[in-house]
Design a protein around this ligand. Structure first.
Ligand code: SF4
Length: 204
């Protein structure tokens, strides 16, 4: 069981994109976890697979450092967010209770698998939409639905959103930072541009 009072949990983060319109409904702060054991063939984002320490941040540090005006909610992707359940919990709780933001989580695990784990029941209380399942390139999503492949399922865990909210304006998005770095994210071909510090990864 996750300690509901825990705080200051350090999370191994791959990268953060402060403002994205292609990772769920509306403008979103996107947080990419570091570490994934799923090994989906053709994963666009192999640099997030390693469990080596990348950016060790608390939930408080993430929101203090990256939350900008006009954000509707957060999207947590990876890597595999559920590999760090305590950290995921802290981020979701902070988003909901601290900032009134909506929450979307992409996972390579199935909802059925996660629902059978005690830890996840606490997590689900703070998730508006869960998109589950491993990426399958043979079932690449051709529409503008915000998922990598059509085998992945949307679970609306409350009435905040419907499937129409997950029709995104485009498949790929570029983020230009003040330091000159460029990050690319979305549900098409994903890669990091040389020199990019922010994230560009994306598909669960
Ligand atoms: S697609 Fe997602 S779940 Fe699959 S290996 Fe890549 S990061 Fe992991």
């Amino acid at each position: 069981m996750i300690n509901l009072k825990c705080s200051g949990v350090v999370i191994n983060i791959h990268s953060v994109i402060p403002f994205s319109r292609v990772n769920g409904s509306g403008a979103r702060l996107v947080i990419f976890f570091q570490g994934c054991n799923q090994s989906c063939p053709d994963c666009f984002n192999p640099e997030t697979h390693s469990f080596k320490e990348m950016n060790l941040l608390t939930a408080g540090e993430i929101f203090a450092g990256y939350l900008v005006d006009g954000i509707e909610g957060i999207t947590v992707s990876g890597g595999e967010p559920f590999e760090q359940p305590s950290g995921l919990f802290e981020i979701l709780k902070t988003a909901k209770k601290g900032y009134g933001l909506s929450t979307v989580v992409y996972t390579g695990f199935t909802y059925k698998y996660l629902a059978g784990k005690n830890d996840c029941k606490d997590l689900f209380e703070y998730i508006d939409v869960l998109i589950d399942g491993r990426y399958d390139r043979s079932k690449q999503e051709e529409s503008l639905l915000a998922r990598g492949s059509s085998n992945q399922n949307f679970y609306f865990l409350n009435d905040r959103y419907t499937i129409e909210d997950f029709l995104i304006p485009g498949k790929v998005e570029y983020t230009f930072s003040k330091d000159g770095s460029i990050a690319r994210t979305g549900f098409g071909e994903i890669s990091r541009t040389a020199g990019a510090e922010g994230g560009g990864p994306a598909l669960n």
